[in-house]
Design a protein around this ligand. Structure first.
Ligand code: G6Q
Length: 539
């Protein structure tokens, strides 16, 4: 593969960007009444208005050419086929198989992976129904009222986000909680008001070796045993989600109470696997399957739609446009829906763990920017916090607005107010307020520069009719594939995460040093911090 910056489309885009930068969205819209119609797209119940981007008629054809020159089509096919595209871990990348319908065939290493996917889904459904109906009993014969998922990273962020997003559809007499941080506070606060005999722990860990999860799982077991006083209680109060049956057994969980998945499911792409068990218990198997159907519909759209009409491809190309040709460093994800409050946090891992890399698939240092920083908060809260910087700061930030035409909680004027704010923000960012307009409001001249909004701040607007399980699946898959396309353009392996390893190794070395007098051989800063901790820890 040619380095990205040597591709003809890249070079054409560099000179094109120089022409587009001086243009203002105000003028682009004024000159072209059809702009909003032309630069919008509807697919799978998601409407994307991308007209408030700093692009012209020539931009997308050039970006699409960049996608072609990056061999995107072949790479999409390779992913769906189960090729080992995660080259540094020598693995297939088949989260799309987790939501494939029963009659699909996806053969990897001579084996069709779809039947085992559905076997696990069926077992999960049966188990979820037993918990939801009160049939699954705790050790003392009480119904389960609390479900606590213990997991971290990909074994936490997707399930938490999905639970919060679909809380409206959840069984309200079940308390669903999540423990991820190794900070004992997380476990303590999640369990302080719970009774062990009504609590089910789901230990979710692909490897079943992750330090944080294993530490929390051991604390959970001790907590249960302290209350119930019998080792046999573990069988009624713990289930495991993992690919590692041996470690699950060693922990004391019967493999009959284990839900498996496979090494071709990456952690941050695993929420549709058994890692979603907590979500399924919360919302029920039917809603969970609707969620999967949504994912699958977006998979099919991504796999088959021409690139010019392909939502994930377009969003990815717009990201590359600002990231690589405008020097933009971040993308704000701004859902105007309280249920999506954890969506930005979930996207942080999906995007930045996937594409936050400076080495290409060929092992070379990149000479171009890779992943932007993703961040955000639900609207309208963000408006009273960081929007000042987006409107009048010195940084260019692409905003992904997400909204729903209908509220799941239609109370009086709330939803119209929310939606008015959503549309107003995108309008204000794009068009701003000129000095003349500020003067026309009778402002003194000295105040005018403070009240001017330059505008020309780009945004995407994603709208759906209503937040349903299916739409949520489509939205998540849209970002999954958006991230995939970005990674292809930047030529990185989007499916490994070597950058998380070093800190883990050093922590294992430092931990015993905190509580012994062992000689310290770190740098002077780390040595001094450890010494300070040793001296003061029992004060
Ligand atoms: C995600 C990463 C990482 C992983 C966690 C938890 O893509 O692989 O976030 O999900 O480290 O790992 P386990 O599920 O193995 O505990």
């Amino acid at each position: 593969m040619e380095p990205l910056t040597s591709l003809p489309a890249w070079q054409a885009l560099e000179s094109h960007a120089a022409q587009v930068k001086p243009l203002h969205l105000r003028d682009l819209f004024a000159a072209d009444p059809g702009r909003a119609d032309r630069f919008s797209l509807e697919a799978e119940g998601l409407f994307l208005d991308y007209s408030k981007n700093r692009i012209t008629e020539e931009t997308l054809p050039l970006m699409l050419q960049l996608a072609e020159e990056s061999e995107l089509r072949g790479k999409i096919d390779a992913m769906f086929r189960g090729d080992r595209i995660n080259i540094t871990e020598n693995r297939s990348v088949l989260h799309t198989a987790l939501r494939a319908p029963r009659d699909r065939k996806i053969v990897v290493d001579g084996m069709d992976v779809v039947p085992p996917v559905h076997q696990v889904l069926d077992r999960m459904s049966e188990f979820a129904n037993r918990v939801r109906s009160g049939e699954w009993l705790g050790f003392t014969g009480k119904k389960i009222r609390n479900v606590v998922n213990i997991g971290i990273g990909g074994s936490d962020l997707g399930p938490v986000m999905a639970f919060e997003a679909l809380r409206h559809y959840s069984q309200r007499d079940l308390n669903i909680r999540f423990v991820s941080n190794v900070d004992g506070t997380d476990f303590a606060e999640a369990t302080h008001d719970l009774q062990a005999d009504e609590t089910l722990f789901i230990v979710s860990s692909k490897t079943f070796t992750t330090l944080e999860t294993m530490t929390n799982a051991k604390s959970a077991r001790a907590w249960v045993l302290a209350q119930l006083g019998d080792e046999r209680a573990v069988a009624s109060h713990f289930v495991a989600v993992s690919t590692n049956a041996e470690k699950v057994t060693a922990f004391g969980i019967d493999t009959a109470n284990m839900f498996g998945f496979w090494d071709w499911v990456g952690g941050r792409y695993s929420m549709d696997s058994a890692i979603g068990l907590s979500s399924m218990i919360a919302i029920g198997p039917d809603n969970f399957r609707a969620l999967l159907a949504g994912f699958h519909a977006m998979d099919e759209h991504f796999r088959t739609a021409p690139f010019a009409e392909n939502l994930p491809v377009l969003m990815a190309l717009l990201t590359v446009w600002y990231n690589n040709f405008f020097g933009a460093q971040s993308i704000a994800v701004l859902p105007y829906d309280q249920y999506l409050k954890r969506f930005p946090a979930y996207l942080q891992q999906l995007t930045m763990e996937s594409n936050g890399k400076y080495i290409t698939m060929a092992g070379e240092r990149v000479s171009w920017e890779t992943s932007p920083i993703y961040w955000g908060e639900p609207g309208t809260n963000g408006q009273h916090s960081f929007y000042q910087l987006i409107h009048q700061g010195t940084k260019l930030i692409l905003c992904d607005f997400i909204g729903f035409v209908n509220s799941l909680n239609p109370h009086g004027p709330h939803h119209d107010i929310l939606t008015a704010n959503l549309f107003a923000q995108a309008e204000a960012l794009a068009f701003g307020k000129t000095a003349d307009e500020v003067r026309a409001d009778n402002n003194p001249e000295w105040l005018v520069p403070h009240k001017v909004f330059e505008g020309n701040r780009p945004s995407n607007m994603l709208l759906a009719d209503r937040l349903t399980p299916e739409i949520l699946g489509k939205l998540i898959a849209l970002y999954e594939h958006n991230v995939f396309v970005q990674g292809i353009i930047w030529q990185v392996d989007s499916f490994d995460q070597w950058g998380v390893e070093l800190g883990k190794v050093l922590a294992v070395r430092i931990q015993p040093e905190l509580t012994t007098d062992a000689e310290l051989k770190h740098d002077s800063s780390t040595n001094a911090l450890i010494r300070r901790y040793r001296q003061r820890r029992n004060l």
